[in-house]
Design a protein around this ligand. Structure first.
Ligand SMILES: Cc1ncc(COP(=O)(O)O)c(C=O)c1O
Length: 372
């Protein structure tokens, strides 16, 4: 018998209540599970960019000869290119391993055990997840019926001592962009406000131009959606130089790999192509939303992102998700109070929309059975 005791008793106690994040499966895993070839699968569950990266990324990666060396810690060249793309000084940019890493950096910068963060659900689940993992408390200020922010609720939480507010524009999964009138009063409080613009390019609305006016504004962006590089993990933070200096101090030194830095640079050299793909996805999102509204089983909310949240009418959302999956169409369901009856569908290629609509026409009779 071991005398060393139970190692679990050494785990930090607050971690017992932390929910594990359930990420999405790869297309290969989904295809294998449901017995499809990769070509028969429409993966519309993770807001990825189906057009993938610029061909220049593959050229750049194929030419790499320095993989035995550590990457440049501040990712200087990529940082310079991002600063030029955004139109800010380099001292306002931190590059990270995806927006996710930067979210965690923000948590580590501003939140100690017992401190409070404000989350506005339904929204991206990593805000509360990272805060809780780091021992912070999360105050949830629910959105209103059109997914608008409860500004008074957020201001109240700030008055009660919250030290960070997490906001998302366009919001995942609801797709709406908060108007200036919701954001400004929150920013005026001076408390650090994370404005996650992961889907900015699909909305064309950014508040990066407010960085001078609001030293407490922290904008997050990613190459996962615009540049089709979810697999290489590249994101960036735009913030006041003092926040940037703090983040550079505590980030892992080699957080962005040699391959990721090269891929980010190559992407920004091919911006017109990436922007053309964004235009195609926005057009496809709108075509899909129109077809869904006409069909009537998945009723779309308006969206400014590369996905559409839909209310499932007259059927169980989980059942519809399973029926779609069995036809090679993968969409996202969230087991959260106000999203139980909804599915989130990413904009894909025209053939993905067509496959989705074919599947919906097939399952509509099944769905009405479920509803009965
Ligand atoms: C709102 C939002 N923020 C951040 C991320 C994470 O982005 P990244 O892939 O750069 O970590 C996602 C990913 O889906 C997202 O939806």
């Amino acid at each position: 018998m071991s005398t060393k005791g139970d190692v679990r008793s050494y785990l930090r106690p607050h971690l017992a209540d932390v929910e594990p994040y359930k990420g999405v499966d790869t297309p290969e895993a989904l295809a294998a599970r449901y017995g499809f070839s990769l070509e028969e699968v429409s993966k519309l569950d993770a807001n990825e960019n189906p057009y993938g990266p610029s061909p220049r990324v593959y050229e750049a990666l194929g030419g790499l000869r320095n993989l035995h060396r550590y990457p440049d810690p501040p990712a200087r060249e990529l940082r310079r290119r991002i600063a030029r793309y955004v139109g800010v000084g380099e001292d306002r940019v931190v590059v990270g391993a995806g927006a996710d890493e930067l979210l965690e950096l923000v948590v580590r910068l501003f939140l100690g055990p017992g401190d409070t963060a404000v989350d506005c659900p339904p929204t991206f689940s990593m805000y509360s997840a990272f805060a809780r993992q780091n021992g912070a408390r999360v105050v949830e200020v629910e959105r209103g019926p059109s997914w608008e922010l409860d500004v008074e609720g957020v201001l109240g939480a700030v008055r009660s001592g919250a030290r960070v507010v997490f906001l998302c524009s366009p919001n995942n999964p609801t797709g709406n962009v908060p108007p200036d009138g919701e954001l400004r009063p929150i920013l005026e409080t001076g408390v650090p406000v994370v404005l996650d613009e992961a889907y900015y390019e699909f909305s064309g609305v950014t508040r990066a131009g407010w960085l001078d006016a609001y030293p407490n504004l922290i904008v997050l962006r990613t190459f996962s959606k615009l540049a089709g590089l979810a697999g290489l993990r590249i994101g960036y933070m735009l913030a006041h130089p003092d926040v940037v200096a703090g983040a550079l101090k505590i980030k892992q030194p080699y957080n962005v790999t040699v391959a990721s830095q090269a891929a980010g640079i190559a992407s920004l050299e091919d911006l017109p192509r990436l922007q053309e793909n964004v235009r195609r996805l926005v057009a496809e999102r709108d075509r899909m939303a129109g077809l869904l509204a006409e069909h009537g089983l998945l009723v779309p909310y308006p969206s400014s992102a590369n996905f559409v949240l839909c209310e499932v009418r007259g059927a169980d959302a989980r059942e519809v998700q399973c029926e779609l999956a069995s036809r090679g169409v993968f969409v996202r369901h969230f087991s959260k109070p106000r999203l139980e009856g909804c599915l989130r569908v990413s904009a894909g290629r025209p053939e993905d929309t067509d496959r989705l609509m074919r599947a919906l026409h097939e399952i509509s009779p099944v769905a009405s059975e479920v509803a009965r």
